[in-house]
Ligand binder design. Structure first.
Ligand SMILES: Cc1cc2nc3c(=O)[nH]c(=O)nc-3n(C[C@H](O)[C@H](O)[C@H](O)COP(=O)(O)OP(=O)(O)OC[C@H]3O[C@@H](n4cnc5c(N)ncnc54)[C@H](O)[C@@H]3O)c2cc1C
Length: 410
């Protein structure tokens, strides 16, 4: 019997490729009628890229992404707080990629279509329900109208169905749901001439108003598709987000321009960048509480279904990839129930720790700390914070997220 995978996102597709690599049959079932390049930019860390390189995907990633060279932290006046090389430029054997989420999904999707049999991928199939038997799992899938389109038997069911996971809701009916600390994000991408060296990520501002900026693809005439994220703390998180979290909700320029104008970057006019972006998206920065368990017999959760986290520290897609690769290795070694239990034992504590660290700001706590102590900027950074304190924040996160270099930072 095949392994059933619900969700053709980053995690589900990586799992399908990894199972196929080990000769394990699987079927991917995706709720959308087609896989389109949705979303904007994400970063994928070297430990996850190493796994995709092992799947032979490095050349395809190079076609559509940017090898991140450096990460610079600034205050909102453009004063430098921290700078570090990334990926191969920091000594890792493989790069970090800044990439359009839809292009990354596209690389995985293309590989799945090329490598797996045609009936191993089924779109328009939404996981609705499942039940376990002595020998396996039976899962029911519906179409957009809610009509049942398939009932399939599998050796196991892996729910990689994202932050609103159906399987998670069924396994944990008392899960308190989406958590929000009051930060809204607006995310867009637009082609422009490169800023700095065209391969550098910038994080500026503080907990109340933050900017994240990075190029995610090469564009004609030497330009870069440049991703930007403006984060504004607009509530204390005591109430639910103003709009339900939906990756495709279009944002309004008026909501962010006052914040945008408060940023003063020496290398880029942020206001012009935002004005040049025809359409951008609004999304509340949200996660869910870490779960006590993910696995029930032959059913488990993977990626955002298991551990949705704040998008700080470049870990959302990276951790989904690591989940998928480990699970495939374990499924190749033994029976499904034992493999799922071993997967959870290894991955749940690690990802729960990242969820918790991201709530505190992840590595971005470096700029938060500087801004809190010197809200109007500084003359000497060393009067505000020591290099050792900055390094400790940074190294602590890299080590917890599993991507520290031996003897160095990320
Ligand atoms: C449309 C979209 C846009 C996104 N854009 C961004 C972005 O711009 N920046 C960012 O940092 N993160 C974005 N994310 C989230 C990011 O992809 C994940 O945080 C991360 O990659 C982990 O991937 P995942 O595979 O666990 O989940 P996801 O990438 O969210 O994939 C989940 C997949 O499951 C499918 N699905 C959901 N419910 C069911 C069901 N019941 N049955 C079958 N299939 C189902 C979804 O359609 C989706 O294809 C986006 C996610 C989506 C779905």
């Amino acid at each position: 019997m095949p392994i059933l995978i619900a969700g053709a996102g980053i995690g589900g597709l990586t799992l399908a490729l990894s199972l196929h690599e080990r000769g394990i049959p699987c079927i991917v079932l995706e709720q959308s009628a087609e896989v389109r390049p949705l979303g904007v930019g994400i970063n994928t860390l070297p430990h996850a890229i190493k796994e995709l390189a092992d799947l032979g995907l490095l050349p395809a990633l190079d076609q559509v992404g940017i090898r991140t060279r450096e990460l610079i932290y600034l205050n909102r006046f453009g004063q430098e707080v921290w700078r570090e090389p990334r990926g191969m430029f920091a000594g890792h054997p493989v790069p970090q990629f800044s990439i359009h989420r839809g292009y990354l999904q596209g690389v995985l999707w293309q590989a799945v279509r090329e490598r797996l049999p045609p009936d191993a991928v089924r779109t328009g199939h939404r996981l609705a329900d499942f039940k376990q038997t002595a020998r396996g799992v039976t899962a029911r899938f519906t179409n957009r109208t809610g009509a049942t389109v398939a009932e399939l038997g599998g050796r196991a069911l892996i729910a990689a169905d994202g932050i609103h996971s159906t399987a998670r809701a069924k396994l944990h009916p008392d899960d308190p749901g989406i958590r929000w600390q009051g930060i809204m994000m607006w995310r867009g991408a637009v082609e422009r001439k490169p800023y700095l060296d065209g391969e550098t990520m910038v994080i500026a501002g503080d907990m109340n108003e933050k900017l994240v900026l990075y190029p995610i693809a090469r564009a004609p005439r030497g330009r870069r598709l440049t991703n930007w994220v403006v984060c504004i703390k607009s509530g204390d998180g005591g109430a639910p987000p103003p709009n339900r979290e939906d990756w495709s909700r279009v944002g309004q320029r008026g909501a962010i321009m006052p914040t945008v104008r408060r940023f003063d970057l020496p290398f880029l006019n942020l206001e012009n960048l935002v004005r040049a972006t025809p359409e951008f998206f609004e999304y509340p920065m949200c996660d869910r509480d870490p779960l006590p368990w993910w696995t029930q017999g032959r059913v488990t959760l993977l990626g955002d279904a298991a551990h949705p986290m704040y998008p700080v520290g470049s870990n959302g897609a990276s951790q989904a990839i690591l989940d998928a690769r480990l699970l495939a290795r374990l499924l190749a070694e033994g029976d499904a129930a034992s493999a799922l239990a071993a997967y959870e034992a290894e991955r749940l504590p690690k990802t729960a720790e990242i969820v918790r660290l991201n709530r505190l700001g992840g590595p971005e706590r470096m700029v938060d700390a500087v801004s809190a102590r010197a809200p109007n900027g500084f003359t000497n950074l060393s009067d505000v914070i020591s290099r050792e304190e900055l390094a400790a924040i940074n190294a602590g996160y890299a080590s917890s997220a599993g991507f520290a270099r031996p003897g160095g930072n990320s």
